[in-house]
Ligand binder design. Structure first.
Ligand SMILES: [Zn+2]
Length: 137
């Protein structure tokens, strides 16, 4: 039975393994389509823009901006109760993809749409897996 006091850790599968292995190495990996040139996140077997399967993995530079966010005051799991209030955000990376994460190392009241951020990697106790998050740039 899962420890309800522990934060969840991703379980990589065939399509997400490259992403999660990169995260544990301090790299934010994403797919770019060889047919239309657009980036996508999360990893899939076909391009969400043109349905081509000519996808290649790239490493993002880590820079981006807050597209939207919410301040969480009631933790969805007991494991996150000690973090409240914390920020859940949609972040647009410079490479043209959007991902969901937490904004770490800042006062939630200071977060703004358009705020520059950079990717950082959070460790979870008891796991080698690192979790991509962001912090103020
Ligand atoms: Zn495409």
């Amino acid at each position: 039975m899962a420890d309800v006091q522990a934060k969840p850790v991703p379980v990589p599968d065939g399509i997400s393994r490259t992403y999660w292995e990169g995260a544990s190495l301090g790299e934010f990996r994403y797919q770019r389509c060889g047919a239309c040139g657009k980036a996508q996140f999360y990893a899939r077997n076909a391009c969400v823009h043109c349905h081509a399967t000519d996808l290649a993995w790239h490493k993002a530079g880590g820079g981006g901006r807050i597209a939207s966010f919410s301040v969480i005051h009631r933790a969805p799991l007991a494991a996150f109760a000690g973090d409240t209030p914390y920020v859940l955000a949609l972040v647009d990376l410079d490479e043209g993809l959007r991902f969901m994460c937490n904004v770490l190392r800042c006062d939630p009241a200071q977060v703004r749409i358009g705020m520059p951020v950079r990717v950082c990697f959070e460790s979870r106790p008891g796991s080698e897996q690192k979790i991509p998050q962001v912090e103020p740039a």
